[in-house]
Design a protein around this ligand. Structure first.
Ligand SMILES: C[S@@+](CC[C@H](N)C(=O)[O-])C[C@H]1O[C@@H](n2cnc3c(N)ncnc32)[C@H](O)[C@@H]1O
Length: 265
């Protein structure tokens, strides 16, 4: 029990520490934002929540694409992430949002009050069944839940999964599609409407990849002991040198999954 608590505390501190650089360290994909915007286009007004919003890289794009008819509640349990989100929105002259510090399974919003709940790259950090139950509670009848994530097998095919020693083995929190599907089967109100797969062609210089890893842009790196991480990073660089000729253009494909879920009460 103590072990579990300290791991969770460690993860909170990880996000606290990385918050100022989180947006620049991660790559933000426009595809799911455009897909969600299109799905919601016929709603005259939109009350939505982004759960586990972090420093707001997806939240901002969503508000910008959905426009003034949208009010976005940005929820995260991490105070530093929310502080950086707030600054980011103010800098971009966005006012139709409310940052809320809260846990994913205790959303301080009214029952039946939202048209849409979304979560990007965060669901594997939550208590899944409790998050689903709480999302269903706050969603209106026919409201939509969008979950954007990388599945465990998609994670294994990333540049990290293929070339960074033990990366896919250390990352045990991600789900497979079947596991997500069976979680929805357990919830009486939430039905999967569709599953979308996205493929993103990435080209980065090796220098940038090393910088990302050193800064633990994926929290998976927190699962390495210090010396183990140093050794793994060294081997990662060797692996890249063996596989690529142009170190300014390391290319690979990332895959992600977007689940579109409907709330029926
Ligand atoms: C991997 S980051 C993703 C952030 C953001 N969605 C993005 O894609 O940039 C996961 C976020 O979930 C938050 N988080 C983790 N567990 C949470 C929980 N139980 N309730 C609310 N937020 C949580 C973390 O603080 C962090 O900001």
């Amino acid at each position: 029990m103590v072990g579990k608590k300290s791991t969770l505390g460690g993860m909170y501190d990880h996000f606290l520490h990385i918050a100022p650089r989180y947006r620049e360290l991660r790559t933000t994909d426009l595809g799911p934002v455009l897909f969600i915007t299109h799905k919601l286009q016929n709603l005259p007004n939109i009350r939505a929540a982004d759960i586990g919003c972090g420093a707001g890289r997806y939240s901002l794009k969503l508000v910008q694409h959905l426009g003034e008819k949208c009010h976005l509640f940005c929820l995260d349990n991490n105070r530093e992430m929310l502080r950086h989100l707030n600054q980011h929105f103010i800098k971009n002259n966005i006012v139709n949002f409310t940052p809320i510090r809260s846990d994913s399974h205790k959303i301080p919003l009214q029952t039946d009050s939202l048209d849409c709940v979304m979560s990007f790259n965060a669901v594997h950090h939550f208590s899944l069944q409790n998050f689903l139950k709480e999302s269903s509670r706050v969603l209106k009848n026919n409201g939509k839940l969008f979950i954007y994530t990388r599945l465990r097998d998609q994670n294994a095919k990333t540049i990290w999964g293929t070339h960074f020693p033990s990366f896919d083995k250390k990352e045990t929190r991600l789900y497979e599609l079947d596991e997500l599907k069976s979680a929805f089967e357990k919830d009486p109100n939430l039905n999967i409407n569709s599953v979308q797969f996205f493929e993103h062609h990435r080209v980065y210089p090796l220098e940038k990849l090393v910088e990302q890893a050193k800064n633990h842009h994926y929290s998976t790196f927190k699962f390495y002991k210090k010396h183990e991480f140093r050794e793994a990073l060294h081997r990662f660089v060797q692996n890249i040198l063996n596989h690529y000729d142009d170190l300014d253009k390391i290319s690979w494909k990332d895959q992600n999954t977007l689940l579109v879920i409907e709330n029926k009460q």
